[in-house]
Design a protein around this ligand. Structure first.
Ligand SMILES: [Zn+2]
Length: 437
């Protein structure tokens, strides 16, 4: 018998790369790693643990990965809705962001982490401001994150110039490079808010640090026109022409792509963070997901910031991601429920260059979620994957583990004082006068 740190038995688990349903399942964990995943009777023959958790009505799934967000923007949730993108940004979001401080970003990030953990997200990719504060919160609450300081041509609320934001990126990378859950990325904001020189520098830094470059690409029609005016080509062709796509890139949105752009993504090192709810809410359009998948592009899923979603619930995002391409192309098979779940798990792990994430298999890190299936809207259950994508909500999640440690246990947040956090959020927002114009 091999002694392990923890054994979780559940009514069912989605095991392996293919999310195969195993009834009466168990997962054994040692040193934050999955050492067994399969039928519980076999687990009992081979493994023992002083800590056994039983969830007979639970479905064990890989932790969900939110591949694109701006976590602290939860502070602006619902502040302004139903407006054209540029009016929303210029009249509401930018003025609110101009007052951000390191402390506010820490508060917003903790609120976002509480929401994400509660809704089954174990990892997130964050591009924002004052990322030093984001890293500290992530370290403390136990989530896994890829963090990047936003790099702009102009002064951000955090740094006077893009160059200083890149210096901060290098400093953050040095500080966190040995951390088991935090990875620092290089994040030029967009091809129209980071000039060619800054983009080239950002790309050079990402290559030097062997890390991912995260940016927004082809989100709106306006961007296509603007980049066309400046560079006489589309944003994808432009980024390709200056060498940015020659090392790994995670490109958010990618709504306005044609056949040529998709071919470039497929040939180069570009993965896509598809953000369907934000794209719909900001009236940006619908990304050609089916076309990208057929071309072999790795497509992941993100909520974007809560100000344009307005939540960070990846279950809702999967539901939308599965339905949207059916409506767009009148094709019911464009993205199935399994395709949507893979975008939020294994495809995201691939984009993040982490083969040991996104699935419940021996050798993978123990980032796990239990969904309580004993609920009226989840029964009867013929197909657990379809049920997760089309019926389950984040609020059906009862337990969340990252690196084998509980962050949510039987519906209770373990690493966050939720009551105190909510009090602080309400008090701080009232003091700032956010939302009252
Ligand atoms: Zn974004």
């Amino acid at each position: 018998m091999v002694e392990v740190d923890l054994i979780i038995e559940a009514g069912m688990a989605l095991v392996g790369r293919d999310l195969d349903p195993v009834t009466g399942a168990a997962v054994a964990i040692k040193n934050g790693e999955i050492v067994f995943a399969g039928p519980s009777r076999r687990c009992r023959e081979e493994f023992c643990s002083r800590r056994m958790i039983e969830r007979p009505g639970g479905l064990l799934v890989p932790g969900l990965i939110n591949a694109h967000t701006h976590a602290a923007m939860v502070l602006f949730r619902g502040m302004a809705d139903d407006l054209p993108l540029r009016q929303w940004l210029e009249d509401y979001i930018f003025p609110a962001e101009s007052r951000l401080t390191r402390e506010l970003v820490a508060l917003g990030t903790e609120l976002a982490c509480a929401e994400m953990i509660r809704s089954g997200t174990t990892s997130f990719v964050d591009m924002y401001l004052f990322e030093a504060a984001v890293a500290e919160v992530v370290d403390r609450v136990g989530m896994r994150a890829w963090i990047g300081e936003g790099v702009f041509d102009f002064a951000s609320p955090a740094f006077p110039s893009g160059r200083e934001a890149l210096i901060e990126t290098r400093r953050l990378w040095e500080q966190w490079k040995d951390h088991p859950r935090i990875t620092v990325t290089v994040d030029p904001h967009t091809p129209y808010t980071a000039c060619e020189e800054l983009m080239r520098e950002a790309s050079k830094l990402a290559r030097e640090l062997s890390t991912l470059l995260v940016t927004h690409v082809a989100e709106t029609q306006w961007e296509i026109e603007e980049i066309g005016r400046r560079h006489s080509k589309g944003p994808v062709q432009y980024l390709d022409s200056i060498g940015v796509l020659d090392s790994p890139v995670l490109a958010a949105h990618c709504v306005w792509l044609g056949h040529e752009e998709i071919e470039i993504f497929a040939k180069k090192c570009v993965s896509v963070a598809h953000c369907p709810e934000s794209n719909l809410k900001l009236a940006s359009g619908m990304a050609p997901v089916k076309e990208m998948l057929s071309a072999g592009v790795t497509v992941t899923l993100g909520t974007d910031g809560a100000a344009s979603n307005n939540d960070l619930d990846m279950f809702c995002e999967m539901d939308t991601a599965a339905k949207l391409p059916k409506g767009r192309g009148l094709d019911p098979e464009a993205v199935g429920s399994k395709g949507a779940l893979l975008m939020a798990t294994k495809q995201a792990a691939t984009a993040l260059m982490r083969d040991d994430l996104g699935e419940i298999s021996p050798g993978c890190r123990a980032d796990l979620v239990v969904v309580d299936m004993d609920r009226p809207h989840l029964q009867p259950c013929y197909n657990p994957v379809s049920q997760l994508v089309y019926c389950a909500k984040g609020s059906d999640v009862t337990d969340v583990l990252v690196e084998g440690e509980f962050l949510l246990e039987q519906g209770r947040l373990v690493t966050i004082d939720e009551e105190g956090l909510l009090e602080r959020v309400k008090r701080t927002v009232a003091e700032l006068g956010y939302g009252s114009r």
